[in-house]
Design a protein around this ligand. Structure first.
Ligand SMILES: CC1=C(CCC(=O)O)c2cc3nc(cc4[nH]c(cc5[nH]c(cc1n2)c(C)c5CCC(=O)O)c(CCC(=O)O)c4C)C(CCC(=O)O)=C3C
Ligand SMILES: [Fe+2]
Length: 375
């Protein structure tokens, strides 16, 4: 047996994810949960509902989280890390509040959160923290003693997140027809968000010009493109583009959209495109519908060969990265000096979101940050 690894002061890991419907009857209530108070046009909701119905009302995200749970437990057991792993979602069962209640009743006092969102932004960071605060408030109202909750730092530039995506892009290139492979461009995609949200993503000192959200994605894109060039000897031109835009049309969101980008590349004579969804942790509905269905249909219409590269999902290298991040944070909490592993130019992200990081339009309590009202 390997030497036991020390996760103290933490006594549990909570995998915190988005959640998704698991059957047709779940779709509308799930969308109501997601969009409550977000001002999304009715037309857009009808359209997104259809994406889910087209897949039998089942989002792949829950099974992917089950696979990630298995991968984490296997990795921890194999390395002598004795830390129970629980799972709760923001928008569908198992709901965060229910999971957290069970954890508190099981006696957990110091909980570390792994969010299935790798980058900064209101939607990808603070909103998760707001939902953690909501869950703590609910448990407080039930008279339960509240645990202390910390969240693992953003892992977008951790090798365990980046390396599986490099393999994914290499695999997609290999899958293209021989005569177009070397000329292929890479379209790195992520979720479009309002430009105002991008500009205020991350800590205040980096606000403006797309903020941490755009900078972090550009750093990952460049890492992958550089690694692909090194391994294939071919310089594939690349660009960061966006997908899954929602919201009112008069509000500016990050562009270009992947479909417009495919059209533009095709018109410019580019012979093939690999779509690499670096903004997402798993092949969930935004990937299966917006890329594999919609963008792939657009490419077929253009006669443009495309491939979509795999997300990280339950890759064992990602599970190992999570273990390293847990041990890194635990050691930091114990006052030890640790190496903080990160690729690229930005360095390891902060452990605790500072005040003013990824602000909300309408301020609400958020846990696990410097502005948390909870201990
Ligand atoms: C940055 C970001 C991520 C990546 C980080 C992360 O992973 O957290 C992400 C992930 C996801 N988004 C998802 C689903 C949805 N997102 C929506 C709406 C929105 N997302 C936004 C941003 C993001 N979203 C924003 C700015 C909105 C507009 C409304 C608002 O300002 O809040 C809507 C409403 C309908 C629509 O308009 O699309 C749905 C249904 C699912 C589940 C997929 C599945 O079921 O498999 C996942 C993983
Ligand atoms: Fe943040």
């Amino acid at each position: 047996m390997p030497d036991a690894l020390d996760p103290s002061p933490y006594d549990a890991l909570l995998l915190l994810s988005f959640g998704g419907p698991e059957g047709p009857d779940d779709v509308v209530p799930f969308l109501e949960n997601v969009t409550r108070g977000r001002g999304i046009p009715k037309e857009r909701l009808k359209e997104v509902g259809q994406h889910y119905f087209q897949f039998g009302g089942v989002s792949p995200i829950n099974d992917q989280n089950r696979a990630l749970l298995d991968a984490l437990r296997k990795d921890f057991a194999g390395h002598g890390l004795d830390l129970p792993v629980h799972w709760g979602n923001r928008n569908w069962a198992p709901y965060l509040t229910d999971t957290l209640r069970d954890m508190v009743r099981d006696g957990h006092r110091r909980i570390l959160v792994l969010a299935t969102s790798a980058y900064a932004s209101y939607s990808g960071c603070r909103q998760y923290r707001e939902n953690l605060a909501d869950a703590l408030a609910a448990l407080e109202a039930e008279g339960l003693e509240l645990p202390r909750i910390d969240r693992l730092r953003h892992y977008f530039n951790h090798p365990g997140f980046v390396e599986p995506m490099i393999d994914g892009v290499l695999e997609s290139l290999a899958g293209l027809p021989d005569d177009v492979r070397d000329g292929a461009h890479i379209a790195f995609t992520t979720h479009s968000i309002p430009i105002s949200a991008a500009d205020t993503s991350g800590p205040a000192e980096g606000h403006g010009d797309g903020g941490a959200y755009v900078r972090q994605h550009l750093d990952v894109a460049k890492l992958i493109a550089d690694a692909v060039r090194e391994r294939t000897g071919v310089d594939h031109p690349w660009q960061l583009v966006y997908q899954s835009r929602s919201g009112a049309p008069h509000i500016p969101w990050l562009e270009p959209d992947i479909c417009d980008h495919l059209e533009e590349r095709h018109a410019a004579g580019v012979p093939a495109v690999v779509m690499a969804p670096i903004g997402f942790v798993s092949d969930h509905m935004e990937v299966l519908y917006d890329l594999d269905t919609e963008a792939t249909a657009k490419a077929a219409e253009l006669g443009l060969p495309v491939r979509r590269s795999a997300t990280v999902g339950a890759d064992p290298r990602f599970a190992a990265a999570v273990r390293e991040l847990i041990l890194e944070r635990a050691a930091t909490e114990r006052g030890a000096r640790v190496t903080r592993c990160a690729l690229g130019t930005l360095g390891a992200s902060h452990d605790v979101c500072p005040v003013g990081c990824c602000p909300a339009r309408a301020p609400r309590p958020a846990a696990a940050g410097a502005d948390s009202p909870y201990a």
